[in-house]
Design a protein around this ligand. Structure first.
Ligand code: MCN
Length: 778
């Protein structure tokens, strides 16, 4: 009997460690003689630094050193590099500590290293900085207009880049349309809020010149590469360890100034240096997400067929371009605006702009929730104009099922999907026809029930080298896996992916155990250390399953092939006749002639039977470079009730049907979907970062920024369909972001659906009671 563990719900093996407090996070590591770093941050959103007096801080007992931007620059520290460079991009240099001008409230100005955390903090108050305040701009569109303050001389009109992508002929299609609907849509700025704030511990060994950095991040190899560029420290003398990480949601992909300063300080002082962010710093100095202003024009025919979508977006990039920032509103957004629809004419223009705000980069979903919100609001606006049921408009426009390759009108080729299948299943799960009847009945009682649909397709599994190259931008993101079988048959797997909540220690072990037919507990997953793992682009863009998992699959196959070479001599048979199944090597047609996987492992290290020409050892490495991205898809439905007196929105039901290809662990995928939905619903209803006109973040704490609480949310009804992806041997598509991508639009559409009888066509998110109530009064 074969032991198939792919597709089984296995409890997360990492959880006992986390829930018993035995996890080890960066701040849990302390080395003998560790010193502590604190960073002085600008209170001004835009100001010239006229002078910095560090003398009092330097003289403070316990202070080991004080550094300014000038010290770092003179010490050979380069500005933070950009990981995704578009043609003609204008890069405003991001020095780890500001040199002449601060560009947002939170920009680092000086750094103190002291014998303990508290002294370091206290000494910040002794640094005197003379600022000359400069005019401030926080709005993504206004920053490009005449008279706006200029942030970086390198970027005229504060435009970092302009991006255009189009398919078909959108202007012609708009002329041929029976109707055109226009709308401005705001994808407001969000703050990621991982439970564990960022932290770094840098240790420079003077004797060897080795620098080790423990750091909360999602991709230690990428951090090592970027750090090598910033510090001029050779890669092989740099080790980055990313231990347990308490959530990232994209915010821990990047190289931040803080860890660079910790490394510099450790090199200068010859002692380990630790920095740990507090929650206020987390709000100010860890990246934010979204922040798009978008104008759309949608052309449609009388029968509900949508024929054109023209999009213009101003994407706020904040004060500097963070590591992947230009990727998000371009290749993860523009080409995804066709959505799951046949829509043949789409154009998208994006202006990536600088403002005096915290830098913006990928936050869960990154680009795709923004695109889905635009497309799904567009579909509902067409339904509104035509007085059609939004379900009928979707039915008319969805791409029919396909098994391989649907070429979109823009850059991408969807890998596989059954969009109508997921759509009908979601309608059936929610009981759509009955719900519409209930809605009608409730309206008569003065109650506002809304049903919101969101059909989506998203892009995961970044980034196939050839596709990335054909897009004329970016870098390939290849993943590695090393599968090492020890002499007694236990297996260690070294993966370039990094788990910070996704459960890889379970699902990755399932992939290997399934192929080898051994217990999951015989497989250990090692990740997050450039000193042990060959290479890894890390975890984001829901790439670990489709790319990292696929690398594991290939490496495990290689181990089996190598095992056959030993089985040949143990079974005295030809290699072509050896079959491997369920942890046994046997001779084809003679199942009784068999050796166990563990016996072959021992033979691989002892060579009792194998001749010298069979190389000993049983391990294999694979680098996986997929042929395409994977494109998960589905339909989500939200049911809300809007209180007629207060405008309060209550989420009553939530149905999600997703297609993430083959599923490795259904419980883990459900968990990923649940978490994603919570974040997407929160964008629709509660969350939003707000700056005042002086560039001060008004929502800079958990008291002011509305992260959802468990009792805000109903129990979700989750369903699935499965169209295996043809682009990796596991047939998987990413699952980590589907919930976030789909849910924001589902909830927004539900609220607008509820208010349709009042003639409310659109309200911008977050749909707070006050905004909803005001719209209802109009
Ligand atoms: N999986 C599966 N079957 C599939 C697809 C995935 O069983 N068909 C499993 C995977 O093996 C993995 C998990 O589901 O255990 C998520 O896989 P995948 O979709 O490949 O996503 P990644 O592992 O690359 O995780 C990244 C994704 C992103 S981009 C963000 S943001 C995010 C997310 O995952 N941040 C998270 N989920 C998070 N969950 C937690 N708890 N914390 C975060 O910071």
């Amino acid at each position: 009997m074969a032991t198939r563990v792919i597709g089984s719900t296995i409890k997360r093996r990492e959880d006992p460690r986390f829930i018993t407090g035995a996890g080890k996070y960066t701040d849990n590591f302390t080395l003998p003689g560790t010193a502590y770093l604190a960073i002085l941050r600008s209170p001004h959103a835009h100001a010239r630094i006229k002078g910095i007096d560090t003398s009092k801080a330097k003289a403070h007992p316990g202070v080991l050193a004080v550094f300014t931007g000038k010290d770092l620059k003179e010490g050979g520290v380069n500005p933070l590099p950009l990981g995704w460079v578009l043609p003609d991009i204008k890069i405003g240099p991001h020095h780890p500590l500001a040199v002449d001008v601060v560009h947002y409230a939170g920009d680092g100005v000086a750094a103190v290293v002291a014998t303990d955390r508290f002294t370091a903090r206290d000494a910040l108050d002794l640094i005197k900085v003379e600022y000359e305040p400069l005019p401030v701009v926080v709005d993504a569109e206004k920053t490009t207009q005449a008279g706006a303050p200029q942030l970086h001389p390198e970027a005229p009109d504060n435009i970092a880049y302009y991006f255009k992508i189009a398919g078909g002929d959108v202007d012609q299609a708009l002329k041929e349309a029976d109707g055109v609907v226009k709308q401005r849509l705001i994808n407001q700025r969000l703050i990621p809020n991982a439970i564990e704030p960022r932290a770094a511990l840098a240790h420079y060994e003077r004797g060897t010149g080795d620098l080790t950095l423990w750091n909360t991040n999602q991709n230690p190899h990428i951090i090592r590469l970027l750090l090598a560029l910033v510090l001029g420290q050779p890669e092989h003398k740099l080790r980055v360890i990313s231990p347990d990480v308490g959530g990232g949601f994209g915010s821990k992909i990047y190289l931040y100034a803080d860890e660079v300063i910790a490394c510099f300080a450790s090199k200068q002082l010859g002692v380990p240096v630790k920095w740990t962010e507090d929650r206020t710093e987390n709000y100010k100095a860890t990246i934010h997400g979204r922040d798009h202003i978008t104008d759309i024009e949608v052309g449609y025919k009388k029968d509900g067929m949508i024929i054109a979508l023209k999009v213009k977006t101003w994407a706020n990039q904040g004060a500097y371009l963070s590591t992947l920032a230009p990727l998000i509103p371009t290749f993860l957004y523009g080409p995804m605006l066709q959505g799951p629809y046949q829509l043949p004419n789409v154009s998208c223009e994006v202006w990536g702009t600088y403002t005096n705000t915290t830098p913006v980069d990928a936050y869960r979903g990154a680009g795709r929730p923004e695109a889905t919100y635009v497309v799904e609001r567009a579909v509902d606006l067409v339904a509104y104009e035509l007085k059609m049921d939004p379900a009928d408009v979707r039915r008319k426009n969805l791409i029919p099922p396909f098994k391989e390759n649907f070429k979109t009108c823009m850059a991408y080729t969807y890998d596989s999907g059954d969009y109508p299948g997921a759509f009908e299943k979601a309608l059936q799960m929610v009981g759509y026809a009955d719900l519409r009847r209930e809605q009608e009945a409730k309206r008569k009682e003065g109650k506002y029930i809304g049903i919101g649909l969101s059909s989506y397709v998203e892009i995961t599994g970044a980034a196939p080298a050839q596709v990335a190259a054909s897009l004329g931008a970016g870098v390939a993101l290849i993943e590695s896996a090393l599968v090492r079988v020890h002499p007694l048959g236990k297996v260690q797997v070294f993966t370039g992916s990094h788990s910070h909540g996704q459960g890889h220690e379970t699902t990755f072990a399932q992939i290997v155990a399934d192929q080898l037919g051994i217990p999951v507990d015989d497989v250990e997953i090692v990740h997050g250390d450039t000193g042990t793992v060959p290479w890894g682009a890390g975890t984001y863009g829901s790439r670990s399953g489709p790319v990292g998992g696929a690398a594991l699959h290939v490496a495990t196959q290689r181990v089996i092939e190598k095992g056959k070479k030993f089985a040949v001599h143990m079974l005295e048979a030809a290699e072509a006749d050896i079959v491997f199944e369920d942890s046994n090597f046997f001779v084809k047609g003679t199942p009784a002639k068999v050796v166990k996987f563990a016996d072959v492992a021992l033979e691989a290290y002892t060579a009792k039977k194998a001749p010298a020409e069979v190389e000993s050892g049983l391990e294999a490495t694979a680098f996986f470079n997929p042929g395409n991205f994977t494109f998960p898809c589905g339909t989500h439905i939200a049911v809300v009730e809007v209180d007629a007196d207060t405008g309060q929105v209550q989420l009553k039901r939530y149905v999600a049907v997703d297609d993430v290809g083959k599923v490795i662990n259904p419980m883990i995928v459900d968990g990923q979907v649940h978490g994603g939905i919570a974040q997407g619903v929160a964008q629709a209803l509660w969350e939003g970062a707000v700056y005042d006109e002086n560039g001060q973040l008004l929502t800079g704490s958990m008291m002011d920024y509305a992260v959802p609480k468990a009792d805000f949310l109903p129990s979700y009804e989750v369903g699935r369909i499965e169209t295996p992806s043809p682009v990796n041997p596991l047939g998987v598509k990413g699952a980590g972001e589907t919930g976030t991508v789909a849910s924001t639009a589902a909830v927004a559409n539900a609220v607008m659906d509820a208010l349709k009888p009042l003639g409310v066509r659109h309200i911008d998110m977050p749909l707070t009671p006050e905004k909803v109530w005001r719209a209802m009064q109009k």
